[in-house]
Design a protein around this ligand. Structure first.
Ligand SMILES: [Zn+2]
Length: 455
């Protein structure tokens, strides 16, 4: 069995005590052991990594994204969420499988370069006759070798039915349910070492019918997969729910059977005390996306209160069109700054921010037994951050350097023991080509949208 031995490293395992100078031994795709520096014997076939000057953390887990949006960054720069969506829906209607593949290659590569080993994606725009968009992003993740949790999204409530999106980007209820079931049946791998799991994810209360929300929950539970949607992102959404359904967003989802340990919501910014209590009591998780919330002026989620009351929170970069070039590591800093700006300097510590980005995310995806902390028996997904650079070396606490400062260089990223990033470069795919694929996806989508007459 192939092995990796990482030596002379500061280990922040997230669960369990920190080790100032220690080793991590990987066997196959799992962590075999870790501890203070007592050099374990050489095993044949072992690759030794001298990680002097590095901090080892669990690989970061991104729990909300829309990879296709890599192709529409920088648009509608000063818009509210609803204004931004209305401006972009028509452009997204022109995307095809080539756009999604290129955007996902760039977006996932970019995540890996900032320490992410597992990412979810929420893809909910499926224009007719444009190829297999879901397969395209799965192919990009496979090529890169990142653990992937794509959620088959959907919208069925267009403007003619009182929803926000134009009718051209919504699908029929029956075709959505059939396509979602097919995605789960084709791709979902529930095994411990799984590189690919599927979630069911109607887009949001303002773009999805009550019937689709209900049927989606039934489908996900029938197949044993997780449920995801956007919720309580803005006050406009709350107003929409009160007008259309007579209740606030969390009450609406509760009514449809959407609270539970198999559900995680994106954003959850505008929660009442009662909403937070229900999240905690039901085990409902949320993906905090602070950069996107800041970019769209949506508000600051009550993360430190949620944690205090026992509700799980993970992090998400959200789609690149509402959080351009946001790094996964940078979201820890943004989360910490937002909480402190709102609640004071004790609201969230560096280590709590690291936990949000790792174990919190793993819980959102139902993988807390496999991912999210460095422990023997867990999958060997880990990041080695170089915190001994000439400037960073002035900060003694490496976790502080990682979270309080800009993301440090990544010396190594392992996914299941396999090197995906080394010395800040992608190793499983051509580094520059991944970036170029994203730029090409942008040009292609703009051209296709122009041909459709979208601005
Ligand atoms: Zn989103």
């Amino acid at each position: 069995m192939t092995g990796v031995l990482i030596e002379n490293v500061h280990i922040a395992p997230v669960r369990g005590p920190e080790i100032e100078s220690g080793y991590i031994r990987v066997e196959g795709d799992r962590i075999a052991e870790l501890g203070p520096m007592a050099r374990p014997p050489d095993a044949p076939g072992t690759t030794r990594i001298d990680a002097t000057g590095c901090l080892a953390t669990p690989g970061l887990v991104n729990t909300h994204h829309h990879l296709y949006q890599w192709a529409t960054q920088g648009l509608a720069q000063d818009a509210t969420l609803f204004e931004w969506l209305v401006a972009l829906y028509e452009v997204w209607a022109a995307m095809d499988a080539d756009v999604v593949k290129g955007a996902a290659s760039a977006g996932l590569g970019y995540l890996a370069l900032s320490g992410c080993t597992t990412s979810s994606d929420h893809h909910y725009v499926f224009p007719k006759g444009r190829g297999d968009l879901f397969a395209a992003e799965i192919e990009a993740a496979r090529e890169l070798g990142i653990r992937f949790h794509p959620a088959r999204g959907s919208m069925d409530r267009g403007q003619s039915a009182g929803g926000l999106p134009p009718d051209v980007v919504v699908e029929e209820l029956d075709e959505i349910l059939a396509a979602t079931a097919e995605a789960v049946d084709t791709y979902h791998d529930p095994s411990f070492s799984s590189m690919l799991r599927i979630a069911v994810a109607p887009c949001s209360p303002f773009s999805v019918s009550e019937e689709l929300m209900t049927e989606a929950a039934w489908l996900a539970r029938d197949r044993g997969v997780r449920l995801h949607t956007h919720l309580a992102e803005t006050l406009d959404e709350e107003e929409h729910c009160l007008e259309q359904f007579g209740v606030r967003p969390v009450d609406y989802m509760d009514r449809l059977g959407w609270l539970g340990p198999d559900v995680w919501f994106a954003h959850a910014v505008h929660l009442s005390d009662g909403d937070i209590a229900r999240f905690a009591a039901t085990g409902t998780g949320s993906a905090h996306c602070p950069s996107s919330n800041g970019r769209l002026g949506a508000g600051i989620a009550r993360v430190s209160e949620m944690l205090r009351r026992g509700a799980n929170v993970g992090l998400g970069v959200d789609g690149s069109a509402s959080s351009e070039l946001t790094t996964m590591a940078g979201e820890m800093r943004q989360a910490l700054l937002f909480q402190r700006a709102r609640y004071g300097p004790k609201a969230l510590s560096a280590r709590q921010a690291l936990e949000l980005a790792t174990l919190g995310g793993a819980r959102n995806l139902g993988r807390q037994d496999e991912l999210g902390s460095l422990e023997p028996g867990k999958l060997a997904d880990l990041a080695l951050w170089r915190v001994d650079g000439p400037f960073a070396a002035a900060v003694d606490d490496p976790v502080c350097a990682l979270v309080f400062g800009p993301p440090p260089p990544l010396a190594r990223l392992l996914v299941g023991g396999r090197t995906v990033v080394e010395d800040g470069e992608l190793r499983t795919v051509a580094h520059d080509a991944a970036g170029r694929a994203g730029a090409e996806a942008h040009r292609r989508l703009m051209r296709l949208a122009g041909e459709r007459g979208a601005s």
